[in-house]
Ligand binder design. Structure first.
Ligand code: SF4
Length: 419
């Protein structure tokens, strides 16, 4: 995998890596031409072009009418619709639908801001940037501001037009890098800048959201961006990251995550069914399904086994038998006695009392704590002298509960023959 030799990073470039490192590598390292233009991207470019025309005309003292503004939008749309391969991913929606969405967005913006005299436009689609050190290397952060304006109170305002179909929460914008980096660039270009406001225009909603950054927030952001650049620089894999953009990604056909599905989707159905990878996946799906069925069947058989064992124990118990004979084998019944001592959890008072009594006895140095297992094993194996044995027996009598478990074992005929 090529390493990234970039010395220049735009906010959108950084964001692309954030969203998907593989997409970033296709775009900025391997420079793979994108396959077509998504209709959403076309809509965004055309709306931006119309608003650029509006504010450039305003800078020259001419205010476009709404009809002229929409005319500029339509002209850009028609030019690009003819020259670019536009891809519509949303089934059932046409190019005309999207063109209408753009027209509505411009009309909303026009209604809210006409006659566009709330500020003075400094520049439209202007390049801004600043130098940034990361890991001892010099980089440049650079990008294009949709519109830079001076408000009546002397503050710079950075305007950004959004044509997406979702409206972010204020908290998302508070964390947004893009306009904050433009803020840093404006302060770099005009060091006497007193205040900068960041303004996002969500055109489909006719809604404008604002953020103002402090100097310390911008310093922290620069530090984060420097670290992020080092992360990109150290990446040697550029793994794909599945995300909401994937269905519309221009690199789907070559992305390792979707390449095969794309190939299969383009094949005739009969050929797709016989494709080697597809066949292997289908066989695996079959095995996984059978395994699932077998697991369910096994669970059922285990339940049946437990029920039969319980019935056999009852039968053997009622007839005082220790073995029951069948045609295909026999079962034996044995008994195991388990002694349960009080524990700190299930019976703390008895536990403490028993421990106190043990401490006061000559046994304590040999057990050093209430070790029920050692006590019981010692008794069973005859490890204790007579007085100790009696003491343990008394303690067990007073504090322990006894439980007898009956164990049933099945011996198939084959096993008997082998024996
Ligand atoms: S399709 Fe998705 S995972 Fe693949 S490159 Fe594009 S964005 Fe990344």
């Amino acid at each position: 995998m090529d390493v990234d030799s970039s010395k220049k990073f735009s906010p959108s470039k950084l964001k692309e890596y954030q969203i998907c490192p593989r997409r970033y590598a296709f775009h900025y390292i391997e420079k793979v031409p994108r396959e077509g233009t998504s209709v959403e991207a076309l809509l965004g470019v055309c709306v931006h072009a119309a608003l650029e025309s509006l504010y450039k005309n305003l800078q020259n003292g001419r205010l476009l009418t709404l009809a002229e503004l929409l005319g500029a939008y339509d002209a850009e749309w028609e030019k690009r619709w003819k020259s670019e391969k536009v891809v519509i991913h949303e089934p059932g929606l046409s190019g005309e639908h999207y063109r209408g969405v753009g027209r509505d967005a411009i009309s909303l913006y026009d209604a809210a801001h006409r006659p566009f005299d709330a500020d003075k436009t400094v520049a439209v689609e202007c390049r801004v940037g600043f130098p940034l050190e990361a890991g001892g290397e010099s980089y440049r952060i650079e990008g294009f501001v949709d519109r830079l304006a001076l408000a009546p109170d002397g503050a710079f305002e950075i305007h950004d037009y959004k044509t997406g179909r979702s409206l972010p929460e204020q908290a998302d914008l508070d964390e947004d890098w893009q306009l904050a980096l433009y803020d840093a660039a404006v302060r770099h270009a005009w060091p006497d800048t007193k205040a900068v406001r960041l303004r996002w225009h969500y055109l489909r909603f006719g809604k404008t959201l604002s953020v103002a950054k402090t100097d310390s927030q911008l310093s922290a952001l620069k530090k984060d961006v420097a670290e992020f650049i080092l992360k990109i620089k150290s990446d040697r894999r550029f793994d794909p990251e599945k995300n909401a953009l994937c269905p519309r990604c221009e690199y789907r056909a070559i992305c390792p995550l979707f390449k095969h599905a794309e190939e299969i989707s383009r094949m005739p159905a009969a050929q797709a069914r016989l494709e080697e990878g597809s066949l292997l996946v289908d066989r695996l799906a079959d095995v996984v399904a059978r395994k699932k069925d077998a697991k369910a069947a096994l669970k059922g058989m285990e339940e049946e086994e437990r029920a039969l064992e319980a019935e056999l124990l009852l039968y053997a118990g009622s007839r005082r038998l220790l073995a029951v004979q069948g045609r295909r084998g026999h079962v034996t019944v044995s008994e195991k006695e388990e002694i349960h001592l009080p524990t700190k959890t299930n019976s703390p008072e008895n536990h403490d009392r028993m421990e106190e009594e043990l401490k006061a006895s000559p046994l304590w140095p040999r057990v050093s704590k209430l070790d029920g297992h050692r006590l019981v094993e010692g008794l069973k194996e005859g490890n204790w002298d007579e007085p100790s044995k009696r003491l343990v027996e008394e303690l067990l009598l007073r504090y322990a509960t006894r439980e007898t478990t009956r164990i049933l074992r099945f011996h198939p005929v084959k096993q008997e023959a082998e024996e």
